[in-house]
Design a protein around this ligand. Structure first.
Ligand SMILES: [Zn+2]
Length: 140
């Protein structure tokens, strides 16, 4: 997936900073990241970067609707995938996997109750080693 990150930031009314670009570069590979994971990834090429800089960039990107976050397993996870899907927290491996399910009915039911979801992700806790093989699962 090739996109102009600088242009994406500008389109959302954000200043283009090397930190924001670097965070998106890591996250656009796909999957779910904790702040520490992104920090450790960026530190390899940018040893002077601080954890608080990473969290500031994440907060700004989330407010701009470029990424989103959720809590699972005592951690905050960030992802770039904005369309509705199920995030499964695998208790046995301590990681998140995406499962594509049709959440349209859930979305409709919420709207019927007067709740307009701004972003929709369902978080499920499971032991992934017990998952049946052959199910469509996108490993993060
Ligand atoms: Zn996800």
């Amino acid at each position: 997936m090739e996109m102009d990150i600088a242009e994406m930031l500008r389109n959302r009314g954000l200043k283009v900073t090397p930190q924001r670009i670097a965070v998106i570069r890591v996250m656009e590979r796909g999957g779910h990241f904790s702040g520490e994971q992104i920090f450790n990834e960026l530190r390899k090429t940018e040893p002077s970067i601080s954890l608080s800089t990473v969290y500031n960039a994440l907060e700004t990107l989330e407010k701009a609707g470029i990424i989103r976050s959720f809590e699972a397993g005592g951690k905050t996870w960030y992802e770039m995938r904005m369309e509705p899907h199920v995030n499964v927290f695998c208790e046995d491996i301590g990681d998140i996997i995406d499962v594509d399910l049709d959440l349209e009915n859930l979305q409709k039911s919420l709207v019927e109750k007067g709740i307009e979801p701004k972003n929709l992700s369902v978080i499920v806790y499971a032991e992934c080693s017990k998952m049946m093989k052959g199910h469509q699962v996108r490993q993060s």
